[in-house]
Ligand binder design. Structure first.
Ligand SMILES: [Zn+2]
Length: 69
């Protein structure tokens, strides 16, 4: 059931709150989340995932140092 792409074709990217860095636009939310988490860990920045319409995806904000289990 891969029809109706036009309406469901959202793209995602990691966006940093602390520097102008942005992730690549990707089709999979999970890939953008992984990029956001990596940047948060690498740079100790706060990063979230947004879609290509400029909306922040709820629940995707990564704070540095908060991922330790
Ligand atoms: Zn950053």
């Amino acid at each position: 059931m891969d029809q109706g792409e036009a309406s469901s074709e959202l793209w995602y990217r990691a966006r940093c709150c602390d520097c102008p860095s942005q992730g690549q636009l990707v089709r999979r939310l999970r890939i953008a989340e992984a990029a956001a988490r990596r940047h948060a860990d690498d740079k100790s920045h706060t990063v979230y995932v947004g879609d290509d319409r400029g909306n922040r995806i709820y629940g995707t904000t990564y704070h540095p140092g908060r991922e330790r289990p």
